[in-house]
Design a protein around this ligand. Structure first.
Ligand SMILES: Nc1ncnc2c1ncn2[C@@H]1O[C@H](COP(=O)(O)OP(=O)(O)OP(=O)(O)O)[C@@H](O)[C@H]1O
Ligand SMILES: [Mg+2]
Length: 322
């Protein structure tokens, strides 16, 4: 493991079982390994259902892995409890896709800040606390006057998500899991929030796992990219290498659909596994085989390994087998 490594995910797997009768296994995350170094922004990119949020929740200890390990600064997080878990949440914070599910609808939004002051920042006095909260809100381009004192349902999803981001950043986390945090925002605000993440990286060495559907946002902000397809990493590496020299047919297809990296582009629609290919999680070979224009016989049978085909550029495709 490199010295600067903040988070190491090793052979991480999460299997969900759907339904009691006629249910099938969803291998939402299937043998995934990657590293996030200190001060690095890593985009986790993939279409709906590829397992991105599941990875975020596993890292935040909100789900238990079926197998595999997550190491934060060389420590296995699975055994964290009590004070150690609290300390972990001081270092690792998450902001999720659906902000309303992260707050209590009966409490004013101010309460989301009370929670961290009561639990994680006990020594801060009232006056200091107000300054911290208001500054944090302004940082995420919100006017404290329009936010504090309101109930969650009085805010838009994008506003509430920024409140949660503001809260996470007050803790100066070493690692931020940012799950689709700018998708709901207007273009003008979006760049401000992205730049804020860049600033935290540069000033405090914060690392970010930036989960997104949006390739151009991933490109704009990241140092590294991880491209996922149905629970597996198909390609990863330096952002420039992956975007300018995509090797996996899936990454190539994604990038062909982006006319210009400065233009926002999103996946159009979720493809439900049932409607797509039956048994996609049971297949022994490559999961992209059903859609791949370059498939050959072996792709059905053997799972391609993730290989480093040039420095800091990995791909899992039989075309690049040595
Ligand atoms: N609690 C759960 N129980 C059963 N299946 C689940 C559960 N959570 C996620 N899944 C399934 O796991 C797969 C991966 O879901 P996940 O939410 O991680 O995808 P995602 O990449 O974040 O998608 P999106 O872009 O839509 O947010 C999907 O097929 C999803 O239906
Ligand atoms: Mg998600």
């Amino acid at each position: 493991m490199k010295n600067g490594s903040m988070l190491r995910v090793e052979n991480l797997t999460k299997v969900f079982n759907t339904g009691f009768i006629k249910g099938f296994e969803i291998r939402a995350v299937d043998d995934v390994s990657f590293t996030i170094n200190k001060g690095e922004i890593v985009s986790l990119i993939g279409e709906s259902g590829s397992g991105k949020t599941t990875i975020g929740k596993l890292i935040l200890h909100l789900l238990t892995p079926t197998s595999g390990r997550i190491l934060f600064k060389n420590r296995d997080i699975s055994k964290l409890k009590g004070a150690d878990l609290k300390a972990y949440y001081q270092d690792v914070q998450g902001v999720f896709q659906d902000p309303f599910s992260s707050v209590n609808p009966l409490h004013r939004v101010d309460h989301v800040f009370d929670i961290i002051f009561e639990n994680l920042l006990k020594d801060v006095d009232e006056k200091e606390k107000n300054v911290l909260v208001e500054d944090a809100l302004r940082n995420v381009k919100l006017n404290p006057k329009n936010i504090l004192g309101k109930y969650p349902h009085q805010l838009s999803g994008g506003q509430l998500q920024r409140v949660l981001l503001a809260r996470a950043l007050i803790l100066r986390p070493q690692l931020l899991i940012a799950d689709e945090i700018v998708s709901m925002l207007d273009a003008s605000v979006r760049i401000g929030v992205l730049n804020l993440l860049g600033e935290f990286r540069d000033k405090y060495g914060m690392s970010v796992l930036f989960i997104t559907h949006d390739l151009s946002l991933g490109y704009y902000i990241s140092d590294k990219a991880i491209i996922m397809y149905r629970g597996r990493i198909v390609e990863m590496g330096d952002i420039k290498k992956v975007f300018h020299n995509p090797l996996h047919p899936y990454t190539q297809m994604l990038l062909q659909s982006v006319p210009d990296l400065n233009v926002k582009w999103e996946f159009k629609k979720r493809i439900e596994p049932e409607k797509e290919e039956k048994g996609i999680y049971a297949i022994s070979g490559c999961r992209y085989v059903f859609r791949c224009p370059r498939k050959v016989e072996i792709c059905q049978k053997d799972r391609p390994e993730l290989l480093e085909v040039e420095k800091n550029h990995w791909v899992a495709c039989h075309m690049y087998k040595r």
